[in-house]
Design a protein around this ligand. Structure first.
Ligand SMILES: Cc1cc2nc3c(=O)[nH]c(=O)nc-3n(C[C@H](O)[C@H](O)[C@H](O)COP(=O)(O)OP(=O)(O)OC[C@H]3O[C@@H](n4cnc5c(N)ncnc54)[C@H](O)[C@@H]3O)c2cc1C
Ligand SMILES: *[C@@H]1O[C@H](CO)[C@@H](O)[C@H](O)[C@H]1NC(C)=O
Ligand SMILES: *[C@@H]1O[C@H](CO)[C@@H](O)[C@H](O)[C@H]1NC(C)=O
Length: 419
């Protein structure tokens, strides 16, 4: 590739921004990003959120190593202001299903052996073990798990903004508020030449990167069943400054069977909470077709609200009955094996997919774009696990998951529509 080659990136979310940044840093001079939302960070980006967990425990050592590299990068000047190493408390409540308890022990086993975590892990076996690391928690917390000091969270929206600003400073062009409607191809249809937008503008490029997250199938139907849009619910409690002050410095706290929360946002005093579960899909009711995000996402289900309140009764019972605000569904692109898909689309020269985040890609923001630049330059994906896998079905039974996703057609209309 030549540094003057036009590069087109579709989507300005986590993968899109990281890709633009790494192309620009590598010296590419003609980079354009197209984003359907009207601003960056985009409202529809899964990464546009108060905070995200940054941790390196993965059962699979391949991702554990990448996450360790990412944590190192989170400590470099561009990213460090947004990374907070508050520690990570991971446990199961007494009521957790056996499967959740086993998974946690496996995850603990994997990091206990790893030199990077030496002296950073302590077991959680009784209530006092929890209050030692989070003295303000005053719930019953009969939990079993561990506390990992070598982890924390990132202020996600601010980190995306920082990468966006860095891209602008490096000359990347952003065109927002105009959705990509289709890809364009050479007359022989074996080369992607760019994209066309809903307003009718066309952009030409020698390399086009699809970083559309959960919406990938709306622009590239050929992706088939490899990815399925899957949503996780998010809600917040508006704390007073004094309440927020008391919770400053708490670790990211994750009761695997109930959900997780973070220290309150220092600017808004919002406490973000996510209930755990297998998430939600939106397969078309006519059968076949892909799961894609719906237009309206400003809701969560009563069952998820209930889970959030149970999580609070365990940890901070004084907040358990408070109103939940800024409720929404956050859409990711799941694959059957939770592997990312970072590969050329077969039979279409110049077209790269960066998707299949499977709900675990935000932590990679500082480094993910490098993988795409390397792929574009190498011309083919050497890592088998990240290849295009047309025969996989992300809507099938995912063996390790506790529970099955609920499809939106089974959620009452009164819950999931703007009434
Ligand atoms: C509730 C929740 C909690 C999470 N917690 C964590 C965590 O703790 N740690 C972690 O590592 N990860 C976490 N994740 C996952 C992480 O957010 C995602 O893996 C990551 O953001 C995916 O990045 P992406 O670039 O693939 O998609 P996105 O960031 O969603 O970007 C896709 C972009 O494409 C744009 N787009 C869509 N269609 C079009 C179109 N037609 N034309 C132009 N633009 C378009 C969208 O507007 C969006 O900006 C969480 C996700 C959720 C939902
Ligand atoms: C960037 O690429 C586009 C598409 O080929 C081209 O029209 C434009 O002139 C290029 N810009 C520069 C500065 O080279
Ligand atoms: C689900 O997806 C379809 C497209 O397949 C879309 O028309 C619909 O609005 C989406 N949302 C819901 C809640 O069904």
């Amino acid at each position: 590739m030549k540094k003057e080659d036009p590069i087109l990136i579709l989507g300005a979310g986590t993968f899109g921004l990281s890709t633009a940044y790494h192309f620009a840093k590598a010296g590419f001079s003609n980079i354009t990003v197209l984003e359907k939302s009207t601003a960056v960070p985009p409202v529809d980006s899964a990464g546009n959120d108060l905070n995200k967990i940054i941790r390196a425990e993965y059962e699979d050592p391949f991702y554990a190593e990448l996450a360790l590299q990412a944590i190192e990068a989170w400590k470099t000047p561009l990213f460090a202001p947004y990374y907070h190493e508050t520690g990570y408390l991971l446990a199961n409540s007494r009521a957790a299903p056996e499967k959740a308890k086993k998974t946690l022990l496996k995850s603990l086993g994997s990091i206990q052996q790893h030199p990077a975590f030496r002296g950073k892990i302590s077991p959680i076996e009784k209530r006092e073990d929890v209050t030692k690391v989070a003295p303000v928690f005053d719930g019953p917390m009969e939990w079993k798990g561990y506390f990992n000091r070598f982890a924390g969270y990132a202020h996600a929206a601010d980190a995306l903004t920082a990468v966006y600003s860095a891209c602008c400073a490096l000359g990347v062009k952003f065109c927002v508020g105009d959705a990509v409607a289709s890809l364009t191809y050479s007359a022989t249809r074996d080369r992607c030449t760019g994209a066309a937008t809903a307003s009718g503008k066309t952009y030409t490029a020698s390399v086009t990167v699809l970083a559309l997250g959960a919406a990938l199938a709306t622009v590239l139907p050929d992706v088939g069943k490899q990815v399925a849009a899957n949503a996780w619910p998010v809600a917040h409690i508006q704390l007073t400054p004094a309440e927020a002050q008391k919770l400053h410095g708490i670790p990211v706290t994750y009761a695997r069977d109930l959900g997780f929360f973070f220290e309150p946002d220092r600017r808004t005093n919002l406490l973000k909470l996510c209930p755990s579960g297998a998430g939600y899909t939106n397969f078309s009711s006519s059968g076949g077709g892909a799961s894609v995000p719906p237009d309206f996402n400003g809701f969560i289900t009563p069952a998820d609200e209930d889970k959030i309140r149970r999580l609070l009764r365990e940890t901070l019972p004084g907040l358990a009955e408070r109103p939940l605000v800024n409720k929404h569904m956050c859409w990711c692109a799941d694959t059957a094996d939770s592997e990312y898909i970072i590969d050329f689309v077969p039979g279409k020269h110049g077209l790269i997919v960066a998707s299949g985040d499977s709900g675990h890609a935000f932590k990679m923001l500082p480094i993910a774009g490098k993988w795409i630049v390397e792929l574009a330059q190498a011309g083919q994906q050497e890592k088998r696990r990240w290849r295009w896998k047309p025969n996989q079905d992300a809507g099938g039974d995912v063996s390790w998951r506790v529970g099955r996703p609920v499809d939106l057609k089974d959620v009452p209309l009164a819950v999931r529509s703007k009434l």
